[in-house]
Ligand binder design. Structure first.
Ligand code: PHE
Length: 460
């Protein structure tokens, strides 16, 4: 049942200036550390191609339909995710309890940003390392030692984390459009160009074929419930879905923009950059006898080897870490946006105040991650360090759960009138396909992966 008011609400915080601005903003959110830092080390840790192939399946069958659902819900609700889910919940299903989906997203963004800021801090630190020629001529062992020194110092890691969070707060305080659009316009093409330069370097290492095999030659011997859940979680993390972030951005999307095409463009860009990162990093891993399963330091221990031995490496290395820091910044902004919009709307404070309060709390919580690599590195429970637990809880539980609820809501509780009104009703078969995915395929896939990973079902 559709309510006449639906689709007619207007945004409280302004609009994106165009469809392109929105695509850029969502791409800026999606492309970040998830593609270049997390995807390669997860691929290495979880057995290569098994992880990559499940990941690609998850992106198409789960990621894309959920991204479309989040955007359409966001645009229809036009409020912060909590209020949007409450309003639409009432309109479409008579229950305001759907607001908890928004609340779950807000908590997810809060927790993710707390560790995201720390890793992003390292990328900023590496801009300076590269600039002062620290990698020039350095071998794998020296580069490894440099990273360990940074990671092992609570003071240095804490300092860069603080700097990065300050930048994030400043930008969020200034508003949704200004600056973001320009940053993404430069960053995504810039990153692509440097990745291609690095790809040429990787092709010359002699281990390119080995890397391609590792990533793409189907080998499911490593496949088990943990790998499948990790790949699903990574798809959510990398696409920025399941935590209402794309929903918050959708609230500022003009009514006439096509949600399907926008989502496709973002998913394609995000996935290409992740695969490129893998194809750059693994040849360096194999050519230097490094361990693909080395863990979270992988990107910081491999790429500097390339920068240290290629012509123009100082400049290219500096530019690379600078662009990666920007990519992380545009993601960090989106991680804060749902919470900030919610604080503004529910407490009636302005953007600057909301961004400062939220940012300072996230910064403080970030020290749980800062200390996970040094002072508290031996403090382990469940999944390992504090960082490992926050990472597992968010990527592997909260995001898939949030996404599952979003797809159930869009597929089963929203009327086809409302959803087809938001998606392009002219795109007849596209709409039907989306609806089959959100009603059946996507929720079934997430539920099966959950059941499998807790051992209630035996897939692999
Ligand atoms: N997608 C971002 C990345 O890959 C991280 C992110 C996750 C941003 C969830 C927003 C929401 O770096």
């Amino acid at each position: 049942m559709s309510v006449p008011g639906g689709g007619q609400r207007t945004s409280l915080h302004g609009f994106w200036s165009s469809r392109l601005a929105f695509i850029l903003a969502v791409t800026g959110s999606a492309v970040g550390l998830g593609n270049i830092w997390k995807f390669p080390y997860m691929t290495g840790e979880y057995g290569g191609s098994a992880f990559v192939l499940v990941y690609l399946g998850a992106v198409l069958l789960v990621g894309l339909p959920i991204m479309m659902s989040e955007i359409l819900i966001g645009r229809r609700g036009r409020r912060n995710p909590v209020t949007t889910m409450r309003l639409l919940g009432q309109e479409e299903s008579g229950s305001s309890q759907w607001q908890w989906v928004g609340a779950l997203g807000i908590m997810g963004g809060f927790l993710i940003l707390s560790f995201y800021g720390v890793i992003a801090g390292w990328t900023v630190a590496y801009v300076f390392e590269a600039a002062r020629g620290a990698f020039a001529g350095a071998g794998a062992a020296e580069i490894d030692a440099r990273f360990s020194a940074l990671e092992g110092s609570a003071l240095r890691t804490g300092f860069w984390h603080t700097l990065f969070m300050l930048l994030t707060i400043l930008i969020v305080a200034r508003g949704v459009e200004r600056g973001l659009e320009q940053a993404v316009r430069v960053m995504v093409p810039g990153l692509l160009v440097i990745m291609v330069v690095l790809l040429v370097y990787a092709a010359g290492t002699g281990a390119f074929g080995q890397a391609a095999e590792f990533m793409f030659r189907p080998d499911f011997s490593a496949l088990d419930g943990t790998v499948i859940l990790a790949a699903l979680g990574q798809a959510f993390f990398s696409l920025s879905i399941g935590m209402a972030c794309v929903m918050a951005y959708g609230a500022y999307l003009p009514q006439d923009a096509s949600i399907g095409r926008t989502s496709l463009a973002v998913v394609a860009a995000d996935t290409s950059i992740a695969l490129l990162a893998g194809m750059v990093i693994f040849p360096i891993v194999f050519a230097n006898g490094l361990d693909p399963a080395d863990g979270i330091g992988l990107v910081f221990k491999t790429l500097p080897i390339a920068f240290g031995s290629m012509g123009g490496g100082v400049l290219i290395g500096m530019l690379f870490f600078l662009l990666l820091s920007f990519a992380a910044l545009t993601s960090a902004i989106s991680l804060m946006e749902p919470t900030v919009a919610w604080v503004m709307e529910s407490r009636g404070v302005n953007r600057g105040v909301a961004a400062t309060i939220v940012g300072v709390l996230i910064w403080l919580l970030g020290f749980a991650t800062v200390f996970s690599f040094n002072l508290l590195q031996d403090f382990r429970f469940l999944r390992g360090t504090l960082f490992a637990n926050i990472d597992f809880l968010t990527s592997n539980i909260m995001l898939p759960l949030g996404g599952l609820l979003v797809t159930l809501f869009a597929g089963w509780f929203m009327s086809s009138n409302s959803t087809s009104g938001e998606l392009d009703p002219q795109a007849g078969t596209g709409y039907q396909l989306w609806r089959i995915l959100v009603r059946w395929v996507t929720p079934a896939a997430v539920i099966i992966v959950f059941l499998n990973s807790i051992g209630l079902l035996d897939l692999a």
